[in-house]
Each structure stands twice: as structure tokens, then as C-alpha cells.
Design a protein around this ligand. Structure first.
Ligand code: PLP
Length: 366
């Protein structure tokens, strides 16, 4: 079958990216963050490929942990959002999942669960993110209550999450690190702070465990660099093909609302990809698209199933030619900037309509 919109996940790059994480944080254990369908790359595909390369996994939801166990994964798995209801505690226990405990109401639920095997708990401390976690002044009492709870495996572990680690000039991260270290200094148990930006920009945040997400997929956590510039290789590339080439005269508008007008006669290419595939609706005029290895600018609005590009008057591109929307030669970080978003949303946002192919070649075949 001839393919239109499809993504290629190059699994041979994973080991390289893991090695880069290990190089950046040689003394920490590595928890691979594979929530949200492994950032759009496929949960079980990525988990299986990482098997043996990392020390544990983290997901956001209980269901994600359960699917990993059902896929045969036996390593440690931490559920970062924890549980909200009692039933979920039984799933965590049945599937031997570890849990981030961030709210007093979870503690209340745990106090009323009685099972023979305890739960491995990470006490989440809110050091400034103000999303999940116990407030600093409540740590001594929460710690005591958790230690007294029969369902909590001892010793207790600790984690926190950074709000601004991607900004190397923001002093907030140093404050979060200091606060976390101060609050947990007297307690045994494993400690974890760093996400990808923390690993790369804040060495002090590398404790027992680091939690790497975006950089494993070869993407930069910073807005001013690409994964390639950090020595990483992007796993995902997104492709489709040209389905029509047409002439436009000077002064014609293109697409919905006519947001682009041709300044001179040119050839317009229509590509079979749109927001229905996860290509960002807010990609602006000028967003680069690769056709036959050459960059051409997106022009006009992104529609559900199509985009239009300015091929130039002398282009020899024709219907059927292959198109790359992002990948090794066109960083997803760059597309994110054109669409006023972050690369996380682009890779997470690939829709089920996009066929996913796996590659294990060390060089790209597109
Ligand atoms: C998503 C997430 C991470 C991973 O963040 P990256 O920026 O992708 O490395 C780490 N910790 C927590 C709590 C998260 O929610």
C-alpha cells in the first residue's frame, strides 16, 4: 500500500540517547519517563526497546502502569500522578506499581487499606511548582504519618518536580534544589528531582534517581537548542507526500480565510497532512517543510487533512513526491517555534490516523 501520513520511530537511536543521559548523570539511576504513550512514540514499543538499558520507568496514570505490566515489563514502574480512589490502590498493589503520594486525601485512603504486601511510596514534595505535592511545612508530619501507615513500604522515597528548569538563568530551580535537600537530609530512602532540563542544566539536582523524558526521544528540553545540538538523535520523523501541484498567479490567496497572498507567480504544493494528523494548526506562514530534501515554506492555513507549500516557480516537485514535516534534517524543535508551542506537544499530538513504522537502521532512509 502507498503511504500518506506516517511517522517513523527510529529505535536504533534510543541506546545512543540513553548513553548521553548516562554521560550527563553518571552517578544516578535512570528512570525513563514514558507517560502519554511514550510522548507519542508508542508505550510498549519504547518500553521494550528500553528494557535492559534503564533502571526503571515512570508513567503518569495507573492504567499506563497496568498496560506496561500486561506487556510483560517487570522493572520498577512509578506512577507519577498517583491514585485518587481506593480501587486504584488495589491496581497498584496487584500490578506491583510504585506511587507518587502527593495529597493528604491519598494518605487517608491508604490508612484504610489492609493488604499483606505494602506499597512502594515516593513522597512528593511541592518545592515551588504548586501543582502536586505536600507543602514544605507539612513534611515532618506527613512523613511521620506515612511511616506509621502499615501499607507504606519502608524506607519512604522522596521526589519533587521543577517548574523552571529549562531556563538556565532562573534562580527558582536552585531554590527548589536547596529546599528539597534540606527537607529530606535526615531521611533515608531514595530521592529524585531532575527531569531532562534538570539533568542537563542543574547538576546539583542529580540525586539517586533522575527522571528523563524528552531527551530520551532525542529532543531538547530547552527552547534555544535542538536535540542534535545537545548530542541527541530524534527518534520520530513525520512524513507524507505531495498530492497535487498547481500554478498560482500573483495576488491569489490560498486556503481558509486567505491568510497568504502570492507576491509573484509560483507553484503551490498540496501535502496530505493536517491537524487531523497532529500537524499543528498554528504553524505560521514560512514554517519549513522538506520536499525532496529541500526546504520550502508552508503558506496559508493548516487544514484538517492538508497543508499548502510554496514550491517556487521552477520547482520540479510532483504529486507523489515524499515530504518530511519533521525529523533528523528538520528539527521538531524548529517546527514548534514556528507554531508557537513546544516540541513535547507535537510528538504527543500525533493522532491514530498516522501509521507508525519502526526503523532500526542507524541512518535514515528518507
Ligand atoms: C513528565 C515528567 C518528567 C519528565 O520530564 P522531561 O522534561 O520530559 O524530561 C519528570 N518528572 C515528572 C514528575 C514529570 O511529570
Amino acid at each position: 500500500m502507498i503511504r500518506t501520513a506516517h511517522a517513523v520511530i527510529n529505535l536504533s537511536f534510543l541506546a545512543h540517547n540513553v548513553a548521553q543521559v548516562r554521560k550527563a548523570a553518571p552517578n544516578s539511576k535512570l528512570m525513563a519517563v514514558i507517560k502519554a504513550n511514550a510522548y507519542g512514540h508508542g508505550l510498549s514499543r519504547i518500553a521494550e526497546a528500553l528494557d535492559g538499558l534503564v533502571d526503571g520507568f515512570a508513567v503518569a496514570r495507573v492504567q499506563e502502569g497496568v498496560s506496561l505490566r500486561n506487556a510483560g515489563l517487570w522493572q520498577r514502574i512509578v506512577v507519577l500522578e498517583g491514585f485518587t480512589e481506593r480501587e486504584e490502590v488495589f491496581d497498584l498493589l496487584d500490578f506491583e506499581l510504585e506511587v507518587s503520594l502527593h495529597s493528604p486525601h491519598q494518605l487517608e485512603i491508604l490508612k484504610h487499606v489492609h493488604r499483606p504486601a505494602p506499597l512502594n511510596v515516593w513522597l512528593k514534595i511541592d518545592t515551588g511548582m504548586n501543582r502536586l505535592g505536600f507543602k514544605p511545612d507539612t513534611i515532618p508530619t506527613s512523613y511521620a504519618q506515612l511511616m506509621a501507615c502499615e501499607m507504606v513500604k519502608k524506607p519512604l522515597n522522596f521526589m519533587t518536580h521543577f517548574a523552571n528548569a529549562d531556563d538556565k538563568n532562573d534562580s527558582k530551580t536552585a531554590k527548589q534544589i536547596a529546599l528539597f535537600k534540606q527537607l529530606t537530609a535526615d531521611y533515608e530512602g531514595e530521592k529524585s528531582m531532575a527531569n531532562s532540563a534538570g539533568i542537563l542544566a542543574w547538576q546539583d539536582s542529580q540525586t539517586d534517581w533522575i527522571r528523563a523524558g524528552i531527551m530520551l526521544y532525542g529532543i531538547s528540553p530547552f527552547s534555544d537548542s535542538t536535540g542534535a545540538e545537545l548530542g541527541l538523535k530524534p527518534l520520530m520523523s513525520l512524513h507524507s507526500r505531495l498530492i497535487s501541484v498547481r500554478d498560482v498567479a500573483t495576488g491569489e490567496t490560498v486556503g481558509y480565510s486567505g491568510t497568504w497572498t502570492s507576491e509573484k507567480a509560483t507553484k503551490l504544493g498540496v501535502v496530505a497532512i493536517g491537524y487531523g494528523d497532529g500537524y499543528p494548526r498554528y504553524a505560521q506562514n514560512g514554517t519549513p517543510v522538506l520536499i525532496n530534501g529541500e526546504r520550502v515554506p508552508l503558506v496559508g492555513r493548516v487544514s484538517m487533512d492538508m497543508i499548502t507549500v510554496d514550491l517556487g516557480l521552477n520547482s520540479t516537485a510532483k504529486a507523489g513526491d515524499s515530504v518530511t514535516l519533521w525529523g533528523e534534517k528538520l528539527p521538531v524543535e524548529e517546527i514548534a517555534r514556528w507554531a508557537n508551542t513546544i516540541p513535547y506537544t507535537l510528538v504527543c499530538g500525533i493522532t491514530p490516523r498516522v501509521e507508525i513504522l519502526e526503523s532500526r537502521h542507524s541512518d535514515t532512509f528518507f
